[in-house]
Design a protein around this ligand. Structure first.
Ligand code: DLL
Length: 433
């Protein structure tokens, strides 16, 4: 099902035209209403007149998370606060939170974007959706909430946590879809298993998972554990929240709603735009937002774009699965390691649970790299040779994929703390010294 066929299936030429008109408009808007952007453009010697079409986008300055922090809390608003009807914020791990303000129109285009996603998952007004993303300053809860209401569906505003109750209501209310982080979905699947309620008694068919990187292997794991189809949803606070893009039934990339959020891929080192298909850093310009538009916002997310028409009929550009954030990449003994590579290996091996932690430390000036992983109860053993055998298997596999030998520590089932929201799996203690 397609929520907005005219836009989602628009031919490329018309989409470029629409994007060009909108880009020009938003550049004028921020130039006249946000001193920060005006100053940046003046420094580069450009005015809105230099922007005629999307081809001119590379003339514009980039915006970074640091710019949002430096202008905390409302310095990047492009409308008077009397027009701002909602604030969201993202805390991040360090420093001040970043704050985003939405006008009524911004909220409407955001919920329209989420509505497109819900239709792409095959959901409609007949369906009950349990929203188990956190409600509050985090965009996950309210973002999904408004989207479900937009399509006329029934929303269960659960928020995260209270896991037993989540299971009970999902069962009693007959939720067809569950929206939460993939890591929380794993915990819910485990809790459903423990509850003893037969899986057939649940109506659950669809997972709406995002807010953190997750691998194809993790998708398989969750789909099997829950008996559902697990779809990706992508977004970030600075741009809108969840629903900047999503997968369709073909699950061959995440469609981005490029009539609102104009994407580019750049080389994170040289900052030069990269051609379609090449992996680099995703950059967005919001071309319809009023409250706090973003010009060439550097997401730090690493992916590539595919402009071919999808089998579903949508022409909306697709991005490949996010490999991770450039700032999540670990450099261990000179080797680049993405946590997603570790996750992929763990989930390939049937003896292990999808629960793991990565510790990096510096001992005597040498990087120490430890991976802790839970073994499945049926493979857990008191016999040291069996555990050593398992350890060798996973160490060899990690070494061949990553090119670096980790110290693997196999831990007992259920010993790694479960996540209710975004999972924190990497502890790089080198940054502390
Ligand atoms: O996580 C918004 C969101 C809520 C998206 C619910 C999807 C579902 P932030 O807290 O600002 O916003 O974090 C944004 O999370 O730049 C990515 O690094 C990561 N991320 C979000 N969705 C995905 C995804 C929300 N589907 C940051 N796959 C982004 C991989 C994702 N990473």
């Amino acid at each position: 099902m397609i929520w907005n066929e005219t836009i989602e299936c628009m031919n490329r030429k018309d989409m470029r035209k629409l994007q060009s008109i909108r880009l020009k408009k938003v550049v004028e808007h921020v130039y006249h209403n946000t001193p920060f952007y005006r100053k940046k453009m003046q420094e580069m010697g450009i005015t809105p007149d230099d922007i005629e079409s999307v081809e001119d986008i590379s003339k514009l300055p980039f915006t970074t998370k640091q710019d949002l922090r430096d202008n905390y809390p409302f310095g990047l608003m492009a409308v008077p606060m009397s027009e701002v009807v909602r604030l969201h914020a993202s805390s991040g791990t360090t420093g001040k939170p970043i704050v985003v303000g939405y006008t009524r129109k911004d909220l409407s285009l955001w919920s329209e974007s989420v509505a497109r996603c819900l239709y792409a998952y095959g959901l409609s007004k007949e369906d009950i959706v349990q929203v188990s993303y956190g409600y509050g300053l985090f965009t996950g809860g309210l973002g999904l909430h408004d989207g479900v209401q937009k399509i006329g569906g029934t929303v269960i505003p659960m928020s995260s946590g209270n896991t037993q109750k989540q299971i009970q209501l999902m069962h009693d209310f007959g939720a067809k879809a569950l929206a939460c982080t993939p890591s929380y979905a794993l915990f819910l699947a485990e809790t459903i298993k423990d509850s003893g309620i037969p899986r057939e008694e649940f109506q659950l068919k669809v997972g709406i998972f995002g807010a953190e990187p997750w691998t194809e292997n993790m998708r398989k794991e969750i789909e099997e554990a829950m008996g559902i189809k697990a779809y990706d949803i992508y977004g970030l606070t600075e741009i809108a929240g969840p629903g900047v893009g999503c997968e369709c039934e073909y699950q061959d990339g995440t469609h981005l709603w490029e009539d609102h959020f104009l994407p580019e891929i750049i080389d994170p080192e040289t900052l030069e735009p990269l051609p379609a298909g090449q992996q680099g850093e995703l950059v967005f310009t919001t071309i319809t937002k009023e409250g706090m538009p973003m010009i060439r916002y550097r997401t730090r997310d690493l992916t590539s774009l595919n402009y071919e028409t999808c089998c579903c009929g949508r022409t909306a550009v697709r991005m490949s699965r996010i490999m991770g954030r450039s700032d999540d990449m670990l450099i261990i003994r000179g080797v680049n390691v993405f946590p997603s590579q570790v996750e992929s290996v763990i989930l390939e091996l049937p003896e292990f649970e999808p629960h793991y932690l990565i510790f990096v430390d510096r001992i005597n000036n040498v990087d120490a790299f430890q991976v802790q992983v839970e073994v499945k109860p049926e493979f857990y053993s008191d016999e040291i040779t069996k555990i050593l055998d398992l350890k060798k298997r996973i160490t060899d596999r990690l070494q061949s994929v990553i090119g670096l030998q980790p110290d693997v520590k196999i831990v007992e089932p259920r010993s790694i703390e479960r996540s209710l929201g975004k999972a924190k799996r990497v502890f790089d203690n080198r940054k502390l010294v």
